[in-house]
Design a protein around this ligand. Structure first.
Ligand code: GDP
Ligand code: GDP
Length: 435
């Protein structure tokens, strides 16, 4: 569970991305290891003591062709909107600049807690450089050195102490889903088509203040919530056009939902930015449905759908488990299929396999095709258990985890899918040495 969101703000070159990397501990993400996934570095996950948090480096959010102050303003506004705590980074080497004062003034006019980090205090002889920063009126400055990793722990202590104590509204018992995708692919049109066409009953839930833009509703006795990629709509087109901001919004929604509808614009086809979004959804371990929208605009014969399917499979190899649906929010073609699909992939992501049945399937698979020998040694699976759902995660007790080759994992995953389905849901397989 994520306990809070921290955003890093500050003028260029003060050391934001250096500190960002310290916060996330430079841990390698699964996605970076996945072929075909590209990734930008404005968003990461970290943990400190018992808390897990998300980190946003607003320095990576850039406006094209805008005056510098507009850019800073947008970055600080995004931080204020997205974060629970803001870390304001300044440089102890240069002292207070006009830009620092400009940012400080914005931060003082809002309500999110701010932690002031004076960076580039590389050794104790520079410590007195921090005192002038009291003049910013943002409380006690912390001396840090991003490059040397000094003082980072103190900043994180304060940050996690400022996280909200109340658990976020999580709609117990509802299937939460979100439409994710580039701007203008038709996300809002699909949401509206679902809400208007399906004659759903929109529920009224008490106390859902933070995410008033989420829409809870009931259809065929099942409760759903559409998690909106808010903010975009609220802030209008300028923000929507900041590519990375829309990716950021998508990430918040991905984390909060149970099922991702990954929307592609059928009129434009697959673009690079689609891959960022899909990569994050995959990494988050959420069930995914690939929704190819604007199907009405595609000129087609009886082979078109299969051709497009092949292309999607090629471009998103790691999403082989995700069903594909061709819809039009405009003509409402196959909009009716979406809720039943959401329901199904959700169920699959929650599926628990009885241990004896699981072991039968794995043992059969192993008997049919034993693991390939590596340097004369072969991986032997002795016992399997499912340790969690969403995503379904399996731990295999093996003679030597090093011997479980990626391709054999793939083979086992395919056997599990043949036996149990798991449509739309990623599966994780972990090998442990037999204890
Ligand atoms: P950003 O533009 O705010 O994200 O800043 P960067 O993290 O890219 O850092 C800008 C420059 O400052 C780089 O050359 C860093 O190596 C340098 N830098 C960052 N942190 C420190 C630090 O703690 N001490 C010193 N001396 N230099 C630093
Ligand atoms: P969002 O930014 O992803 O939420 O996209 P919108 O729902 O605002 O749609 C962007 C544009 O695409 C609008 O002009 C829509 O009318 C149009 N659009 C959305 N879905 C379809 C569709 O299925 N077919 C066609 N032809 N246009 C669509």
């Amino acid at each position: 569970m994520i306990n809070g969101i921290v955003a890093i703000v500050g003028r260029p070159n003060v050391g934001k991305s250096t500190i960002f990397n310290r916060f996330i501990g430079e841990r390698l993400s699964i996605v970076e290891d996945t072929p075909g996934v590209t990734r930008d570095r404005i968003y990461g996950k970290g943990d400190w003591l018992t808390k897990d948090f998300r980190v946003i480096d607003t320095g990576g959010i850039q406006l094209l062709d805008q005056p510098f102050q507009e850019e800073i303003k947008a970055q600080v506004e995004i931080a204020m909107e997205e974060a629970d705590v803001i870390v304001f980074v300044v440089s102890g080497k240069e002292g207070i600049t006009n830009d620092d004062e400009y940012i400080a003034n914005m931060l003082k006019r809002q309500t999110k807690p701010v932690v002031l980090a004076v960076n580039k205090i590389d050794d104790s002889s520079k410590i007195e450089n921090i005192y002038e920063f009291y003049n910013l009126g943002l409380g006690d400055p912390h001396a840090v050195s991003g490059v040397h990793g000094i003082g980072i722990g103190d900043v994180l202590d304060e940050v996690i102490g400022l996280f909200p104590t109340k658990k976020r509204e999580d709609y117990e018992g509802y299937i939460k889903f979100a439409c994710i995708g580039r701007p203008n692919v038709g996300k809002s049109s699909i949401v509206n088509a679902i809400l208007n066409e399906e004659r759903v009953i929109v529920s009224d839930i008490e106390g859902t203040t933070r995410d008033a833009i989420d829409t809870p509703f009931t259809k065929d006795g099942e409760d759903y919530v559409i998690i909106d990629t808010a903010g975009i709509r609220k802030r209008g087109k300028v923000y929507e056009n900041i590519e990375k901001y829309s990716v950021l919004r998508a990430m918040s929604a991905i984390e909060r939902c149970d099922v991702v509808l990954f929307v592609i614009d059928g009129e434009k086809g697959i673009l690079e930015q689609d891959k960022h979004v899909a990569g994050y959804a995959h990494e988050a371990g959420k069930p995914i449905i690939i929704v190819y929208n604007k199907w009405d605009t595609v000129e087609k014969d009886d082979k078109t759908m299969n051709k497009v399917k092949e292309k999607i499979r090629d471009e998103f190899i790691y999403l082989s488990y995700a069903p594909i649906v061709f819809v039009s929010a405009k003509t409402k073609q196959r909009i009716h299929d979406l809720l039943p699909m959401i329901h199904d992939v959700y169920r699959f992501s929650q599926l628990r396999i009885a241990t004896n049945v699981l072991n039968e399937v794995i043992m059969d698979a192993q008997m049919m095709t034993p693991a390939p020998a590596i340097n004369g040694k072969r991986c032997k699976i002795l016992y399997s258990t499912q340790v969690s759902v969403a995503p379904p995660t399996f731990v295999l007790s093996v003679n030597d985890p090093e011997l479980l080759h990626f391709s054999y994992k793939r083979y086992l995953e395919n056997r599990l899918r043949e036996a149990f389905g798991f449509d739309g849901s990623p599966i994780r397989i972990i090998a442990r040495a037999k204890g």
